[in-house]
Design a protein around this ligand. Structure first.
Ligand code: FES
Length: 102
């Protein structure tokens, strides 16, 4: 299993209800703060490659800014199309930083 990789300092995490995009090892990640809890999805939308890290949070999902499909921030499941799923990544916030398993 791959190691945890540093994404950013805890101080740079999005505030509650916000998402942000970070690029780690050339891979875009969608980092979301859901009521104080951090969730990380692959930042490339499985629909047509939109930037999930530039989306908005609604009802525990991130809404893609390109065509408004949404993806559950815990499961990656798309409520509008069960054939689409965003990859979820294990995320750990400790020692003042966010790390993920790529
Ligand atoms: S690219 Fe994300 S909804 Fe189409």
């Amino acid at each position: 299993m791959s190691e945890l990789v540093r994404v950013c300092a805890e101080s740079r995490l999005p505030s509650a209800g916000q998402v942000a995009e970070f690029v780690v090892d050339g891979r875009a990640l969608c980092v979301a703060n859901v009521n104080g809890s951090i969730a990380v999805l692959d930042g490339t939308c499985p629909h047509e490659g939109g930037p999930l890290g530039e989306g908005m949070i609604e009802d525990g999902c991130v809404v893609c800014p390109w065509h408004s499909f949404s993806f559950d921030l815990r499961s990656g499941i798309c409520p509008q199309d069960d054939g689409m799923k965003a990859e979820t990544l294990e995320a750990v916030v400790s020692d003042g930083e966010l790390r993920v398993r790529l």
